[in-house]
Design a protein. Structure first.
Length: 249
């Protein structure tokens, strides 16, 4: 016999699911008034700002937070920012009549938002190396080429394409005793070469060749400009969608 408390929980869960489903159906329909236009405009601004804010907070926590839990939480926040940036375009796919156009515009907007989030994270890391980094002279002992292949699938589970990323792990012998490696997307030096390396003494940020410090990532004005483009595109989309549906009503 089911307990009375369990029955109450089940009914509460069912009510939440039904309410959420009704809200989602309303969100995806094209029969929308001024109230929903305001909600759309708010989301068009709030989602990009939230994604950048979460990514920035995660990068700061990873770089400056106390102990490994803060670093782990920082990484989780950065990943959440990227996922939020990419999948937010789903909120805008509301009409089957011009689905492809919606998908392309919002998909590109989300990819740009992910790029902005990545630039924010990279900028924070670069600033940490500028202010806290230490420099040392290292000898490249070995360069390990690592290939990472990702398989992409369509909605039916069929393979659409594969992509490959190559990382070059430069193993080091440094005068300071550390770091023991740095990772680049290109082969930066050959075994036996001498390179100047900047590393984070707290070990939070990966080491990089010293000549890249201060030039890694985009400048803040360019990052804010990218965020502005994302918001403008999404607000423009909301306005066009609303006017079109009001005229056809």
């Amino acid at each position: 016999m089911r307990k009375q408390g369990q029955g109450l929980v089940d009914r509460a869960v069912d009510a939440v699911v039904e309410t959420g489903s009704a809200l989602l159906d309303r969100l995806m329909t094209h029969e929308r008034g001024w109230t929903w236009a305001v909600v759309d405009a708010f989301m068009a601004v709030a989602i990009p700002v939230s994604v950048v804010g979460v990514t920035y907070a995660g990068a700061l926590l990873n770089a400056h937070g106390p102990g490994w839990p803060s670093a782990a939480l920082g990484v989780v926040l950065v990943i959440a920012g990227f996922f939020g940036g990419f999948f937010s375009f789903v909120l805008y796919l509301r009409s089957e009549r011009w689905f492809i156009a919606q998908f392309l515009v919002m998909g590109l907007s989300s990819l740009l938002l992910c790029g902005v989030a990545g630039a924010v994270s990279g900028r924070v890391d670069d600033e940490v190396l500028q202010t806290r980094g230490r420099h040392t002279r290292c000898t490249v002992v070995e360069v390990d080429e690592q290939r990472h292949t990702t398989t992409h699938y369509d909605s039916a589970g069929n393979v659409t394409h594969t992509s490959t990323r190559t990382d070059y792990v430069h193993h080091l012998n440094c005068a300071a005793g550390r770091p023991d490696k740095f990772v680049m997307g290109v082969r930066w030096a050959n075994p036996g070469s001498r390179v100047d390396v900047t590393y984070d003494p707290r070990g939070r940020i990966g080491a990089v060749p010293t000549e890249l410090v201060g030039s890694e990532g985009e400048s803040w004005p360019l990052i804010w400009a990218g965020l502005g483009v994302v918001i403008t595109v999404r607000l423009g989309y909301v306005a066009v969608f609303f006017v079109k549906e009001r005229r056809s009503a």
